[in-house]
Design a protein around this ligand. Structure first.
Ligand SMILES: Nc1nc2c(c(=O)[nH]1)N[C@H]1C(S)=C(S)[C@@H](COP(=O)(O)OP(=O)(O)OC[C@H]3O[C@@H](n4cnc5c(=O)[nH]c(N)nc54)[C@H](O)[C@@H]3O)O[C@H]1N2
Ligand SMILES: Nc1nc2c(c(=O)[nH]1)N[C@H]1C(S)=C(S)[C@@H](COP(=O)(O)OP(=O)(O)OC[C@H]3O[C@@H](n4cnc5c(=O)[nH]c(N)nc54)[C@H](O)[C@@H]3O)O[C@H]1N2
Ligand SMILES: [Mo]
Length: 823
């Protein structure tokens, strides 16, 4: 180790100088995108998850941000961009945790989370990062390093920090990776067995065809008006005009929209939907009651079931109470659990059967214990209605995501900085010896893995044995927001010898790390992106607005300097700088579109800021399967829709299969388990005014929604009154897993027994202890960390009960923001 290190030490000075080169070159190589000269600065174009923007840059600072003129329905969140760049939580310098810097792998890990850090130089920081990779690989092997975690890294194909980290770390050595994600873990694992694809990330039937053909649209656990504000690549907000058209059609009595949701959603309010309230987490009994009605009243489509599906008979035995638990799933039985009266269940079943009905499911429904079941059951309902593959009928699991439903242009989009995990590892560390443990773990179980090395669990027909992880590397994700049960997480983090985090904001993951490296934001680098993640509406230039703040660097620079420490930076960068990479990625995209879509030369594109592609042709999901189920067989084992899955049955799980079933939850409100002690269901939905935890750091934007500086908790007037809570009060919310402070917002949109805190609120514990009060209000201080089932092992974030009380004591200051305590 010393030999190579010493060798590289000599080169280290050269590295720093060498890296100045590309940055400076970049600036001259790329035109700076002046769009419209102004007296007080220049306007530049760039993109983001929140949409494309133009920004006025004056004397090296972003002075003004306005939505891109192509965007007809910009989200208000663009107003948070200024504060995302300029805020007191920006990471200014490389930092190391005090005791870790002294004692490294023998550090006192009970101090982790106390937020005391020491400022170090970039050279020290990257040496430490490299030394730790080297040490962990040498002392333990690939099973001790976990580096595959991902998240909502900012947009831009070249600077995808996830790709940078994975490519760089994998060039050094082997490590434990993850499978699936927090968004759709249960759905994406379940649906291939039933419908032959994950469905959740598939393009859906085009909105124009839905609006022309559907008579009934059911938004089921789905709030597109809220969730379509952001996209995975630069969002066009092209779906929003269709939601406006839908509103007009509802007003004209042409389409009925029904929102099946415990909460009256933003979408329901926007389009004027009828609200069908049901008790949280009880969709499966409700659906079983509908299936019972469709079957007993002969309303289901026998031809469709016969031609396109397998295993209906077994399932119907269960509905009839002739198999399994022996309970007949009558609407009366269902009503008892789901809180919808039996006549309404029957009426709803008849309405859907009598009309062209488009079912549109959101994802929160599968982010709960047994989350596989409502998704499976939804496919069965759609099969019984027999409209799968018809325009304005059938089922969608994706219309609330990244502009799904806006017709696809068909143009190729620019590719990303390549992962190339096959580049070959450093020969000393390419070991495939995982010490008997699995090399891939289901992502939502990684804290289980930290706590229980060696334990074996079932997962999707396989056995997973947890490796004994000693070191984690995070970039472009914020696990101390996104994972459930922070107190349990704190315990798990005490087992880690080393945690390295690369981010631009000092979030709770930085607070719990040992080494923190400051990346710059996307607004401080040049990039290129697809405009519209599914519509492929264009290619967007992302002009650097300002220089990287403080000592921050691009992820590209950070990982180039890391790979230089083991002599592989030239392979890592392919000897190209930012400007060359952007030309290369654009060139490849232009080649792929040759003969189909005209694209100008790079310089013209960069000057103009965008290449636009014509809107594509409307399209119907599953239409080909409907047309010819043999020729266009689904990807299920049989090629048909599998209502009963023999494969899942073969796994022998007691919590999933062989057909969709009702399983009681570990915690459920409205009379369910645990509700006597903690009567309120906490839903931690995706924020209306943030992307997860991103923008929470913007002091100016947070001010627009925070309550006495705390994250809002939304509640019904009844629940507030019963506890003497008034709108604007600070409340303490708690259960046996944790406690937090939040600011009460009382609203008629919430029924009794339901409260909401948006995910992504920054965790702000009072100290490093386990059980510490969270001063700002991160719902994952309270959520439960159990797998959905042995099939998907996905997150169960929405299975969570709490109680709350008005907070009377002296208010502790919010600790979430403002960076580390420098020692
Ligand atoms: N209770 C509850 N928990 C949930 C959910 C829920 O519904 N309820 N939802 C889950 C879901 S679906 C998801 S997708 C996850 C989201 O979880 P994450 O994707 O982890 O959430 P983000 O807040 O987007 O975190 C992104 C982090 O990356 C950093 N970052 C962004 N761009 C860059 C970059 O270019 N370089 C570097 N180095 N860093 C960057 C940001 O500053 C931020 O800290 O949360 C999950 N957690
Ligand atoms: N503004 C904004 N948009 C986003 C994101 C963001 O952070 N901010 N994140 C993006 C990402 S990564 C993802 S994964 C998606 C998430 O998309 P989803 O998971 O679909 O969104 P959520 O907002 O969590 O929940 C949607 C609805 O589900 C309802 N719901 C929850 N539990 C139940 C239940 O048991 N039964 C029924 N019937 N309804 C229920 C909630 O009341 C809510 O109205 O959103 C994307 N869009
Ligand atoms: Mo997600």
């Amino acid at each position: 180790m010393t030999t190579r290190r010493d060798l590289l030490k000599g080169a280290a000075a050269g590295v720093a100088a060498g890296l100045l080169g590309p940055s400076l070159l970049t600036k001259t190589a790329l035109a700076q995108g002046t769009v419209e000269p102004a007296a007080d600065g220049v306007w530049k174009i760039t993109g983001s998850h929140w949409g494309a923007i133009r920004a006025r840059v004056d004397r090296g600072k972003v002075a003004e941000v306005v939505p891109f003129e192509d965007d007809q329905n910009p989200t208000d969140m663009y107003k948070g961009i200024h504060g995302l760049i300029y805020n007191p939580s920006r990471i200014k310098y490389p930092m190391a945790r005090v005791d870790w810097l002294k004692n490294r792998k023998n550090s006192d890990r009970t101090q982790r989370g106390d937020n005391r850090f020491v400022r170090i130089t970039w050279d020290q920081a990257l040496d430490l990062f490299y030394e730790e990779l080297e040490r962990v690989q040498t002392e333990y092997g690939p099973w001790a390093l976990y580096a595959g975690h991902t998240g909502w890294r900012q947009t831009g194909q070249f600077h995808s920090c996830t790709n940078h980290m994975n490519r760089a770390v994998s060039m050094h050595g082997n490590y434990v990776k993850k499978v699936a994600d927090y968004s759709t873990g249960a759905g994406q694992t379940m649906l291939p067995y039933t419908l032959g694809s994950t469905e959740v990330y598939s393009q859906g039937t085009s909105w124009p065809l839905i609006l022309d053909n559907a008579k009934v649209i059911v938004f089921w656990a789905n709030d597109p008006k809220k969730n379509l504000q952001v996209g995975w690549t630069c969002e066009t907000h092209g779906s929003m005009k269709y939601l406006d058209e839908l509103r007009d059609k509802v007003a004209a009595g042409e389409i009925r929209v029904i929102s099946v949701d415990p909460v009256k959603t933003k979408t329901a309010n926007h389009v004027g939907a009828e609200h069908l309230y049901l008790n949280p987490q009880t969709d499966v009994p409700f659906m079983l009651g509908i299936a019972h009605t469709l079957y007993n009243e002969g309303l289901y489509d026998k031809d469709f079931i016969g031609t396109y599906t397998l295993g209906f008979d077994d399932f119907i035995q269960y509905v009839q109470g002739k198999a399994d638990d022996g309970i007949e799933k009558t609407p009366e039985w269902a009503a008892n659990i789901c809180g919808v009266d039996a006549d309404t269940i029957r009426a709803f079943a008849r309405l859907m059967a009598a009309n062209r009905t488009q079912l549109v499911y959101g994802w929160a429904l599968q982010r709960q214990q047994h989350g596989e079941q409502p998704y499976w059951m939804a496919a069965v309902l759609a099969s019984m209605l027999g409209q799968i593959g018809l325009p304005g009928g059938g089922i969608s699991y994706s219309h609330h995501y990244s502009g799904v439903g806006v017709p696809t242009s068909g143009a190729a989009m620019p590719g990303a900085f390549p992962l190339n995990l096959d580049l070959g590892m450093y020969p000393e560390h390419d070991s495939e010896n995982f010490n008997g443990a699995s090399r891939v773990i289901p992502v939502a179980r990684w804290v289980d893995c930290l706590l229980n090395p060696g334990e074996q669990i079932n997962h999707n027909g396989n056995k997973v044995t947890f490796p004994d992880i000693k070191m984690c590397v995070f970039t472009g994700c914020n696990p101390f927001h996104h994972h459930q049960d922070h107190n349990r997480m704190r315990e798990a983090f005490r087992k880690l010898e080393t945690v390295v985090t690369v981010d631009y904001s000092w979030n709770a993951t930085c607070r719990h790390s040992d080494l923190v490296l400051p990346a710059c934001t996307q607004f401080e680098r040049n990039d290129i992106d697809g405009y519209g993640a599914y519509s492929n509406s264009g290619v967007l230039a992302m002009h650097q607005l300002v220089d990287p703040l403080f000592q921050s660097k691009t992820d590209f620079e950070i990982f180039t300097e890391l790979t230089h420490r083991f002599g592989r930076n030239k392979e890592y960068t392919r000897d190209m700088d930012e400007g060359q990479w952007l030309r290369f990625l654009y060139g490849e995209c232009k080649k792929a579109n040759e003969g189909k879509f005209d694209m100008p030369e790079f310089d013209q594109f960069w000057e103009e800021g965008i290449v636009r592609f014509p809107e594509g042709k409307p399209w119907v999901r599953h239409a080909d399967f409907r047309k010819d189920p043999e020729l266009n067989a689904l990807g299920t084992p049989s090629g048909f829709i599998e209502i009963t899955s023999r494969r899942i049955e073969g796994y022998g799980y007691d919590d999933c299969g062989p057909y969709p079933k009702w399983f009681e939850k570990a915690e459920r409100s409205h009379g369910g388990p645990g509700s006597d002690k903690h009567p309120l269901w906490l839903q931690s939905c995706h924020p209306d005014q943030r992307l997860h935890s991103q923008m929470c750091e913007s002091d100016e934007y947070r001010e627009t929604y925070a309550v006495q500086g705390r994250e809002p908790i939304y509640m019904s007037p009844e629940d507030a009154a019963a506890r003497g809570i008034a709108d604007g009060d600070v409340v303490r919310v708690f259960n046996d897993r944790g406690q937090l402070l939040a600011g009460a917002r009382v609203s008629d949109n919430y029924p009794q027994g339901v409260v909401r805190i948006h995910e992504g609120a920054w965790y702000g514990p009072v100290d490093a202890s386990i059980g510490a009060l969270d001063t700002y209000g991160d719902p994952n201080t309270l959520t439960m960390d159990v797998g959905t089932s042995q099939l998907a092992q996905a997150t169960s974030a929405n299975t969570c009960l709490v109680e709350m009380e008005k907070f009377e004591g002296p208010l502790p200051p919010v600790t979430s923001f403002g960076g580390p305590t420098e020692v």
